[in-house]
Design a protein around this ligand. Structure first.
Ligand SMILES: [Zn+2]
Length: 304
């Protein structure tokens, strides 16, 4: 006998078998999928690591390149900068030297070149020449108080200093004569000629136009004890002092003993500037033996 329950059981068993088989298939599929996924993930992961390493090395390379470019750009700028600085320095130097030259030229243009020219029997000064300005020599420096004496203003401070210093050293030193115009010199010469005769007058009073007194930079010095005479000045303590010290104040003896231009005039001192006076004093030379071109070089420092 076949009960309906027997068929049911068979069907149930078949169903369960089918279910189990399906389940196994599903499990298998899941396993395969998982394995595939895992493998794929692994591969992707290692590719990612490779890419990462590649990126790092590319980045490092680029950074290296940028650093190199920056450095070479920096040194190029530095070189350019140095070039500009060098050129600028050269320009500044040129500007400086031009400025110096302009200053020297201005200084020279304001300095009367006649003040360092030679005037004697050989070198002539124009009869029209007169200093641009003259000032009075203060009364305390004059041998004869009432006799007005003039000198150019630039020389006066040097003269004052020299005479003050002489006084401090206990030396009596005064000015007896200073600026003399062409006309005054002419009259003086005539006067000497009448008194001493033309020959003698020629020996100790320069013809007008040859006299350094016309420049306003020259003085005849005098001391006490000679009875108011220029003659004999070279035998006084004042002469010794002035011979030793005048150069410090820019004064030189124009006509020393045995000079080839003129009679010895120990009282006659001309301002030529401290530099030239010092050089003459040290070398034992005198103004008229120097070449005019050598003298001209001192014009710029005449009042320094
Ligand atoms: Zn004189």
């Amino acid at each position: 006998m076949q009960s309906p329950g027997g068929k049911f059981t068979r069907n149930m068993i078949l169903g369960m078998e089918l279910t189990t088989a399906g389940f196994i298939v599903v499990i298998a599929l899941i396993a395969v999928a998982s394995w595939y996924g895992y493998t794929r993930l692994n591969s992707l992961s290692s590719q990612l690591v490779e890419l990462d390493a590649e990126l790092a090395s590319t980045t490092a390379l680029l950074q290296g390149n940028i650093a190199e470019a920056t450095s070479s750009l920096g040194s190029a700028i530095e070189r350019q900068n140095q070039n500009v600085q060098t050129q600028l320095g050269g320009v500044q130097e040129q500007v400086g030297s031009i400025t110096g030259t302009v200053t020297d030229l201005q200084k020279l243009s304001k300095t009367d070149p006649e003040l360092l020219a030679k005037y004697s029997k050989v070198f002539f000064l124009s009869d029209n020449y007169a200093p641009a300005r003259l000032v009075e020599i203060p009364v305390e420096f004059r041998y004869t108080e009432k006799k007005l004496l003039q000198i150019i203003p630039e020389v006066l401070p040097y003269l004052k200093k020299m005479l003050d210093r002489a006084k401090d050293d206990g030396v009596e030193l005064y000015v007896d004569s200073a600026y003399r115009s062409f006309a005054t010199q002419e009259a003086l010469k005539g006067q000497y000629a009448v008194t001493y005769g033309a020959g003698t007058a020629n020996q100790f009073s320069a013809d007008q136009g040859y006299s350094e007194h016309q420049l306003g930079t020259t003085v005849d010095l005098m001391t006490t004890g000679t009875g108011g005479a220029l003659d004999g000045f070279d035998r006084t303590a004042a002469y010794t002092w002035v011979s030793d010290n005048a150069y410090r104040y820019g004064f030189v003896l124009s006509y020393p003993k045995n000079n080839g231009y003129y009679v010895f005039e120990p009282w006659h001192w001309r301002f030529v500037g401290v530099k030239l006076a010092t050089d003459l004093h040290r070398s034992g030379k005198y103004f008229y033996t120097l070449d005019q071109r050598a003298i001209d070089n001192y014009l710029i420092s005449l009042f320094d």
